[in-house]
Ligand binder design. Structure first.
Ligand SMILES: Cc1ncc(COP(=O)(O)O)c(C=O)c1O
Length: 396
């Protein structure tokens, strides 16, 4: 095991460190301000309620939403489940068809499969080698009994940014609810739920320098009415949509993380810095190695993402060869299964290419020296592994 302190962290899609400003804001809500926001009869409760109200405003502001449209959950997995199962249960009488894509996170794909077992039909749209869903394919897939379309804003493996505003317009025009998993996009892509005609949007705090175990689901209010059946009952918190005592410190952390993300987006230079570092990483790897392929569109991609395949190299072996570099092969959320990435397979790549792919995720605390060290490790290890491959012939 490598010493974590000396390691280079380039796995920001898996999770991000909690920003020190977020930690500082959270601490008083673990110490003196420990009240329950549902306690209406004393100051402890009022203080907690005021903190939750502020955080709800901060999250809403990042989305261009109203605070009452934000429901706190335990993370994007729960938000995705609530969106899919909640709409399905409520609108079963209007239709039983759901559209999604083959490159969604398992937090969408698994609830969709569970609904299929309960009599719903699911269309999983394919993508091209660029990793992008074609909005016209959404239009063509819509049937009279379609109730929901769920397409992510940015993919967690290849970082491709989906044309969600276009998809949102089509769904609105055709009277289908539109859910968008924005866990990877928040703070990296400007989002306006109103402009993109998004009805439901999932968020996770730990992907944007907030704590783990807290997320939110944006649920549009107003006409045409959208109602969800809750997954968790008991107490009627969060307008009855998500019962359970609110984790105030987590919520405060998410609020501050959202407001920092909004500032970063507005200023722009931090995201430009990450993009420069990401482009430098790609350039120096491709200068140092042949037979390297970028997976997915470079044009419509999160500024902090790079996903590349190294011919004749097994990604797991490469990661073992450089334990000082924290990166991921496929998706950290599904790598336990050791299946080739469903995203890369959906993009039409071979099993070999998928098995030789590494995802680099940069972030707020990535430095120039992290990139230099990462390049040195990758460019040093790949040729050694290739020499072990019976199929590899070095370029003459
Ligand atoms: C796109 C996407 N959706 C959902 C999730 C699940 O988020 P959480 O860890 O908050 O449950 C992730 C996490 O990897 C993700 O990347």
């Amino acid at each position: 095991m490598a010493e974590q302190n000396n390691a280079i962290y380039l796995d920001y899609h898996s999770t991000t460190p909690v920003d020190a400003r977020v930690v500082d804001a959270m601490l008083p809500y673990l110490r003196e301000n420990f009240g329950n926001p549902a306690s209406r009869s004393h100051a402890f409760g009022w203080t907690a309620k005021a903190a939750v109200d502020l955080a709800r405003e901060q999250v809403a502001q990042l989305l261009g939403a109203q605070p009452r449209e934000v429901v706190f959950t335990s993370g994007a997995t729960e938000s995705d489940n609530l969106a899919l199962a909640g709409v399905a249960a409520r609108y079963r009488h209007s239709g039983t068809h759901i559209i999604t894509s083959q490159i969604e996170h398992k937090a969408v794909l698994d609830p969709a499969s569970a609904l299929e077992k309960r009599g719903f039909q699911v269309t999983r749209l394919p993508v091209g080698a660029d990793g992008i869903v074609d909005p016209e394919a959404v239009r063509e897939a819509i049937r009279p009994d379609t109730i929901l379309c769920s397409i992510m804003m940015a993919n967690n493996e290849v970082g491709t940014i989906q044309p969600v505003a276009h998809i949102g317009r089509i769904c609105k025009e055709m009277g289908v609810f539109f859910h968008c998993d924005a866990a990877q996009a928040m703070g990296r892509v400007p989002v306006s739920v109103k402009d993109a005609a998004i009805d439901l949007l999932s968020l996770s705090a730990h992907k944007m320098y907030g704590p783990k175990g807290i997320g939110a689901l944006y649920i549009r209010r107003g006409r045409p009415w959208l109602r969800l059946e809750p997954l968790i009952l008991g107490g009627g918190h969060e307008s009855g949509l998500r019962s359970g005592t609110l984790p105030v410190h987590q919520i405060v952390g998410m609020g501050v993380a959202a407001s920092l993300a909004g500032e970063e987006l507005a200023l722009g230079h931090e995201l430009e810095r990450q993009q420069r570092l990401r482009d430098r990483l790609l350039e120096e790897i491709t200068n140092g190695l042949d037979k390297v392929h970028v997976n997915g569109s470079m044009e419509h991609r999160l500024v902090n993402n790079l996903n590349i395949s190294f011919d004749f190299v097994d990604a797991e072996a490469l990661m073992l060869a450089m334990p000082q570099l924290a990166v991921s092969s496929g998706s950290a959320c599904t790598s336990a299964t050791m299946e080739p990435s469903h995203v890369l397979m959906a993009m039409g790549y071979s099993r070999e290419r998928a098995a030789s792919s590494i995802r680099f995720g940069l972030g707020r605390f990535t430095t120039e020296s992290d990139i230099s060290r990462a390049v040195e490790l990758v460019v040093g290890c790949v040729p050694r592994l290739r020499e072990l491959s019976p199929f590899y012939r070095p370029a003459p």
